[in-house]
Design a protein around this ligand. Sequence first.
Ligand code: DGY
Length: 330
Amino acid sequence: MARPKVFVARKLPAVALDAIRAACDADVWPEQLPPSADELKRRVADCDGLVSLLTDRVDAALLDAAPKLKVVSNFAVGFNNVDVAACTARGVCVGNTPGVLTDATADIAVTLLLAAARAIRSGIDDARGGKWLTWEPLGWMGQDLAGRTLGIVGMGRIGYATAKRLHHGWGMKVLYTARGPKPDADRDLGATRVELDELLARSDFVSVHADLNPTTKGLFGADKFGQMKPTAVFVNTSRGPLVDQTALAAALRDGTIFAAGLDVTDPEPLPTSHELYALPNCVIVPHIASATPDTRNAMARLCANNLLAGVKGEALPNWVNPEAGDKRRA
Ligand code: DGY
């Protein structure tokens, strides 16, 4: 029987590539930068499976150019780069990598929160730039963390893990928004579910963990920053397009809020000329939340398992659209 043909849109950890190559004829994109949309279309044209990254757009046009495609295995927990409805309509299964990057992502949320709260960016810049002239009684002031109020926007797995660290580590009170009640957070962290407006008004730290969808795109604009405290620290480890970056830059520049920490931007990479880089109270890192060897290997295993199940016509271990199962491509 012919081996399934798959396109892997980037070099992945060996644990995934070895498993995929053992079972499939794999075409692995060798470049550092993603394939263009046209190149991706050409590569998947006769494939049974695709491993995509969050930088690869999987849309109706791509799916229509790949009539044999049975599975899209996204190497990420987020799948806003994949038109899931278009996949489902065509019987294409979509898989993702939830759970295994929860701790690493929560660690980065806390890292950014601490760095932004304690003016680490301007401290590093000034120490390196010769502006550290003496011990300054009034210099490089940050915000205290102990006992302050944390607002988690989107109390999913990562929101919970972030709140757990800050509640147990720094005794923070936890407010959150979520589509429904979160009894675990209420019980374990003494957390309280509130409306977003109340969360923004009461929180000293606002950490965003909501997924990107039409209702969250552009959620954080001038009005939302205006509702926060002037001492507030804003952290985003979810997706860049949730934030209006022009409004964020204005809020950071004019003191509407104190500081921000961003693991995600829009676009990615954020052009080096962007005004957010020039602001000393903005810490930006290049979407590294899941970047640890253990986490990326665990993501790689899930990703390969989803792909291999999909090409075999089996249930995906982490299946975003099980409803595609009824109309799977033969
Ligand atoms: C994800 O998996 O969605 C992250 O943003 C990438 O690590």
